[in-house]
Design a protein around this ligand. Structure first.
Ligand code: COI
Length: 355
């Protein structure tokens, strides 16, 4: 069925796949909802915006994104309130960030009517795909990439912006084990580390693979210049609780400005917790651990939400951190954040939007 909603044409699927899926128990990124939003940029303007059944898109071998990697993405989540109302968390922040990433990769900005209105329309259509179970959510993945059929080395003239959704359970099922690498770097000053460009993730896979081979979940990255200061862990920003102060690496330009990071810091400050955004060296963390002053470490990301870090390996030695029961900061802020996201408590920050 074809309907047109202002500028967005909608073609509904004739066969919903929802009954074939256990949406409350889906692993991250494997099951996709019935529809997707597709917008096309060509001839210097945004042309066509449509919602169509989720499915394949045509690619040709000369597709410019395959050659030069002009691709950025976002991640956000939809929740259900206790009354069953669909809620989106920090949609405007994701909108702002995708255009910042696009700017860095020389891509045209995406209009609000496409990102915000189009995404909301998509979620309205696939609202039944938002899980009902408290630890499951609908993860929304906007992607934006170059589509010139050309291998000319220049920013492309045509692009696609697509939004797909997947119901997903917890990203990390247990506290995470990280290993510090000084063999590889994720980013460096002046590079693309602060953006959510696809290459940042592809470029980290080898280090991640080696971390897993050694029994860790992921890498804890150090800065690209001195290999001294902690940056992030690739799937999430990180924070440490030392002497009851929450310390997180400041946004130096090579770290992703995480939206969960920003939310967590805001909540901590409003809870009266002392927060420091500054350079933090791995040596400082090791010293705090040795002195018994490192009580918690945790990650912050959309997919991961807040993930306790149980172990940090540096130069062959494991730092085993206190058990989750002994921690108070990350667990408290996680509860507060989840309550705001799901509409259980009032959102004084304007973070939550209704459809
Ligand atoms: C997110 O948290 O949304 C991300 O994009 C990071 C990645 C783990 C998928």
């Amino acid at each position: 069925m074809q309907i047109v909603n202002s500028q967005i044409s909608i073609e509904k699927t004739n066969h919903s796949r929802i009954k074939e899926q256990d949406i409350n128990n889906s692993p991250f990124g494997k099951v996709f909802s019935d529809h997707m939003l597709v917008a096309t940029y060509a001839n210097d303007s945004w042309q066509e915006v449509k919602i169509i059944p989720y499915g394949n898109i045509p690619i040709c071998p000369s597709l410019s994104v395959l050659h030069y990697g002009q691709a950025v993405f976002e991640g956000l989540k939809a929740y259900k309130s206790p009354m069953g109302k669909p809620l989106l968390f920090r949609l405007e922040a994701n909108y702002k960030r995708i255009n910042e990433s696009a700017f860095r990769l020389c891509m045209p900005s995406i209009p609000e009517e496409i990102f915000i209105d189009g995404l909301k329309e998509l979620i309205r259509l696939d609202v039944d795909w938002i899980p009902n179970q408290s630890d499951s959510t609908l993860y929304i993945r906007p992607i934006y990439f170059a589509t010139d059929e050309s291998i000319a080395l220049r920013p492309a003239n045509s692009y696609k912006f697509i939004v797909i959704c997947c119901p997903t359970g917890t990203f990390y099922s247990a506290p995470v084990k990280l290993i510090v690498t000084d063999k590889y770097v994720r980013a460096f000053e002046g590079g693309t580390g602060a953006t959510k460009c696809a290459g940042n993730y592809g470029g980290s896979f080898l280090a991640d693979k080696e971390a897993k081979q050694q029994g860790y979940d992921n890498v804890l990255w150090l800065d690209g210049k001195e290999k001294k200061y902690i940056e992030e862990c690739g799937t999430m920003n990180v924070a440490f609780v030392i002497n009851d102060v929450v310390i997180t690496p400041k946004l130096t330009g090579s770290i992703l400005g995480g939206i969960t990071r920003d939310s967590v810091l805001t909540l901590f400050r409003d809870m009266g917790v002392k927060v420091e955004e500054r350079l933090i060296s791995i040596d400082e963390v090791v010293k705090a651990y040795e002195m018994g002053n490192l009580s918690e470490a945790f990650g912050m990301g959309t997919a991961a939400t807040i993930a306790h870090i149980s172990t940090i390996n540096y130069q062959g030695k494991d730092m085993i951190l206190p058990t989750v029961d002994e921690r108070k900061y990350a667990s408290q802020v996680l509860q507060k954040l989840e309550d705001i996201k799901t509409g259980k408590i009032t959102d004084p920050y304007g973070w939550v939007s209704q459809l």
